[in-house]
Design a protein around this ligand. Structure first.
Ligand SMILES: CC(C)(COP(=O)(O)OP(=O)(O)OC[C@H]1O[C@@H](n2cnc3c(N)ncnc32)[C@H](O)[C@@H]1OP(=O)(O)O)[C@@H](O)C(=O)NCCC(=O)NCCS
Length: 200
C-alpha cells in the first residue's frame, strides 16, 4: 500500500551524498541490522527481540507507507518516518486542519554516525514535507536524554516547543522527561533566506 508520502514525491530524492526512496518489504533485513542494536533501540518506541517480530511491524502497509530509507552508495544506512497528521482544531474548522502537518522520525546505523548524514537526510525530508506534500508544520519528539536526536532537530532549525517532566515511561521502568520540536513552513523559508548561521 502506498500513501500520500510515496505518491506525492518524485522519487528517488538525491542529496549531496545520499539517496532517499520509499521503503519496500525487501528493506527488512537491512533496517533490522541496525534497529536490533541496543544502542539504537534504546530510544525507539519498539525493541523487538527477533527479526520476525520486527517484521510484523515493518511490513505493516501503514508502516511502509510512512517510511523512507536512506542510502549511501547503494547501501541502506538509515530510515526516516513521515507520518501525516491532522492539526488540532476547533470543530467548526476541523476539515481545514486535516492532514496539514507531519511527525518526523529518524534512525541511522551507528556505523555511519557523526558525518552529518542524518542531518542531510532530515533536511531533505523537511523540504519534501513542505514543497512536495504542501504541509504547514512538521514536528518531532524525543526523550530529553536522547541528546543526539534533539541536537539533530536543532541542526535542521526545528524549534524546541515543549519540555515535559517525567511524562514518558521508558522500558527501563523509569519515567523520563521529553522534548517536542516543530518547524513551520514559513519559518523554514525565513531560515533559508537568512542563510546558515556562522560556524554551521
Ligand atoms: C539521532 C541520530 C540519527 C543522530 O545521528 P548523528 O550521527 O548524531 O547525526 P548526523 O548524522 O547528522 O551527524 C551529526 C554529527 O556529525 C558531525 N558532522 C560531521 N560532518 C557533518 C556535516 N557535513 N553536517 C552536519 N554534521 C556533521 C556533527 O558535528 C555531529 O556531531 P556532534 O553531535 O558530535 O556535534 C542517531 O543518534 C540515531 O540513529 N540514534 C538512535 C535512534 C534514535 O534515537 N532515533 C530518534 C528517536 S527520537
Amino acid at each position: 500500500m502506498t500513501g500520500r508520502l510515496h505518491e506525492a514525491v518524485s522519487w528517488p530524492v538525491r542529496t549531496a551524498r545520499l539517496t532517499l526512496r520509499p521503503a519496500v518489504a525487501d528493506d527488512l533485513a537491512a533496517t533490522w541490522e541496525y534497529r536490533r542494536l541496543p544502542e539504537v533501540s534504546r530510544w525507539l518506541a519498539r525493541a523487538p527481540a527477533r527479526s520476525e517480530e520486527y517484521g510484523e511491524h515493518f511490513l505493516d502497509p501503514d508502516t511502509l507507507a510512512r517510511t523512507v530509507v536512506v542510502e549511501l552508495q547503494g547501501a541502506v544506512i538509515g530510515d526516516l518516518m513521515l507520518r501525516v497528521e491532522d492539526a488540532w482544531a476547533q470543530a467548526e474548522v476541523a476539515d481545514r486542519a486535516r492532514g496539514t502537518q507531519a511527525e518526523l522520525g529518524w534512525v541511522l546505523h551507528p556505523e555511519h554516525a557523526g558525518h552529518g548524514y542524518a542531518t542531510e537526510a532530515v533536511r531533505a525530508l523537511i523540504d519534501l514535507a513542505f514543497d512536495d506534500l504542501g504541509l504547514r508544520r512538521v514536528t518531532a519528539g524525543c526523550f530529553a536524554a536522547n541528546e543526539p536526536s534533539w541536537r539533530l532537530m536543532e541542526r535542521v532549525s526545528m524549534r524546541r516547543e515543549t519540555v515535559t517532566v517525567r511524562e514518558s515511561l521508558h522500558r527501563s521502568g523509569e519515567w523520563l522527561d521529553g522534548m517536542g520540536y516543530a518547524l513551520l513552513a514559513d519559518e523554514r523559508r525565513s531560515t533559508d533566506a537568512a542563510g546558515p548561521a556562522p560556524g554551521t
